[in-house]
Design a binder for this molecule. Structure first.
Ligand code: SF4
Ligand code: SF4
Length: 510
């Protein structure tokens, strides 16, 4: 009998809350493209340092042009233009998640001209060093939310000699189907991207984690795996692991609980506890975009959904302002909507549509009706705590925060909050639990990010200093993401045995 993995708490997607109905994947809706008139590309979009611009106002750029770089030895991701046009300005912006960063504004010339470097790779006899170099230079960061540069995670996986690569296909937020779209339309890219990453870090087992309810996507993945087996004939073990449909589902600590029955403590990571590294399925597809087609990360698929039942997946250049997506009239939006930068339960309300761009980690834009709903006193029903997958006594923590009893709130484990939004969703009194806890933890984390840390993020400081600061910081705040050395190692890593076996068209087996 097939084993079904799961964990306690969270909520079932297929229950009376009708999540499955609201988030069902509408296969008839094909991918649509957004061609914005302008883009605003933030130079820091995930964990790591802000990239340094290599263009100035007046410069002409093409699709795929590198417009900002990361100095050697610093963790971060270079940035590329998703349109051809003219650099208009470099300005400071603040993203809805509070990240303050410089951003390059580019106006389109409407020619959609690609940079010369974007050509399919003819020779795919590539070694680990090349794979890692491509991924690093393509600016690929985790697309599932945290935005860790993929190269940093690969380096960490090598360091801990992990045995398994996990591909997260567990997208479970209401409405969101961008990952599922990627599986449906680019399953070979998901599987072969994972294969290349596995080869580069020396892993022999790839496990695809997917909800048992996603039968179509599961079968498509199985077919892609069979094709990969035939083409590459590698000594790699593949496994599809079925999970119960639940929300929240794909967070690494919940995966550790479900898959390995391991409770990760604050600061612990999968790599050095269970010997696995986790990547989102869209991230794997983007790696293959870069390796096979020469595409740096200048675009992504996002779900554009509304609670009026409209659901689209669109391919948009990174940096597309939300107003340009609204302008494209996908039917999900009307002017009475509240617009969320992200998913229905975790998204952040956006006010300035013209100057809020989508970034590499934006998987959805959600348009929901503004409902006038007065919150009521707590009923002490305990639903919020029952739903919380991180075992937080949510009602207690909420009251402590409201009374400014910070230490007591910290004792309630609030720093483990993954901001899934579920407590607010299930609360019959309509109390803003999630945002209260999230604001408290964000403030705490920012306060405990020392000035030195902030400075290091902005400067070209050395890798070791950077890593030390991050490790200290992240241990403190349980981000679970120890970012470690990668860049220098990659430069030095040139041994024959690092060749991965990718015998593509006509390629030789190395
Ligand atoms: S938002 Fe935080 S506190 Fe609320 S259910 Fe999710 S993890 Fe728990
Ligand atoms: S779900 Fe709402 S009403 Fe129930 S205990 Fe939690 S805060 Fe109170």
């Amino acid at each position: 009998m097939t084993k079904i993995y799961s964990f306690y708490s969270g909520i079932f997607a297929d229950n009376a809350l009708e999540f499955s109905k609201r988030s069902s994947y509408v296969r008839e809706i094909m991918l649509e493209r957004v061609y914005p008139r302008r883009i605003i590309v933030p130079l820091r979009q995930g964990l790591g340092a802000e990239a340094i611009p290599v263009v100035k106002p007046g410069d002409h750029v093409l699709i795929g042009s590198c417009i900002a770089v990361i100095p050697s030895g610093v963790i971060g991701a270079p940035v590329h233009s998703g349109i051809s046009g003219t650099v208009k300005s470099i300005q400071k912006i603040t993203l809805p998640n509070g990240i303050s960063t410089s951003a390059i504004e580019i106006t389109s010339d409407n020619k959609r001209t690609f940079h010369d470097s974007i050509v399919p790779r003819q020779n795919l006899d590539i070694n680990a060093k090349t794979v890692m170099g491509i991924i690093k230079n393509s600016g690929i960061i985790g697309m599932g939310g945290e935005g860790i540069p993929v190269i940093a995670k690969m380096s960490r996986a090598k360091k801990y000699e992990v045995k398994e690569l996990l591909v997260n296909c567990l997208q479970s937020e209401p409405f969101a189907t961008s990952d599922l779209h990627r599986i449906n339309e680019s399953s070979d890219y998901v599987v072969q991207g994972a294969l290349a990453v596995a080869g580069a870090i020396g892993v022999k087992k790839i496990r695809f984690l997917i909800s048992k309810n996603r039968k179509a996507e599961r079968e498509i993945l199985e077919s892609a795996i069979e094709r990969a087996k035939k083409i590459f004939q590698l000594d790699i073990e593949y496994e599809i692991c079925l999970f119960k449909e639940r929300y929240p589902q794909g967070y690494y600590r919940l995966i550790a609980r479900a898959l390995y029955s391991v409770e990760l403590k604050a600061g612990e990571i999968l790599e050095n506890t269970v010997g696995a590294v986790l990547f989102n399925c869209s991230t794997m597809a983007s790696c293959w975009d870069a390796i096979k087609d020469g595409f740096p990360m200048f675009q992504r698929v996002i779900t554009v959904a509304g609670d009026n039942g409209v659901l689209h997946n669109v391919l948009a250049p990174i940096g597309t302002p939300i107003s340009e997506i609204v302008r494209a009239e996908f039917g999900a939006y009307d002017s009475t909507n509240r617009i969320l930068w992200g998913n229905a339960l975790t998204g952040i309300p956006v006010k300035d549509l013209d100057n809020t761009p989508i970034i590499k980690t934006t998987s959805a834009l959600t348009f929901i009706r503004k409902l006038d709903f007065q919150s009521a006193p707590c009923l002490h029903c305990g639903l919020c705590s029952d739903a919380c997958a991180m075992d937080i006594s949510v009602d207690v923590a909420y009251k402590l925060i409201e009374r400014n009893l910070k230490d007591a709130a910290l004792n309630e484990n609030v720093l483990s909050c993954i901001n899934c939004g579920l407590c607010s969703y299930v609360c019959p009194s309509g109390i803003e639990l999630a945002s209260t806890i999230s604001n408290f933890t964000t403030e705490y984390k920012l306060k405990h990010t020392s000035n030195t840390s902030r400075e290091i993020l902005k400067t070209e400081d050395t890798l070791s200093k950077f890593s030390d600061e991050w490790n200290t910081l992240l241990n403190e705040v349980d981000s679970g993401t120890l970012l470690e050395d990668y860049a220098e190692k990659i430069e030095k890593d040139d041994s024959e045995e690092d060749y991965i076996v990718l015998p593509f068209e006509g390629g030789k087996k190395i």
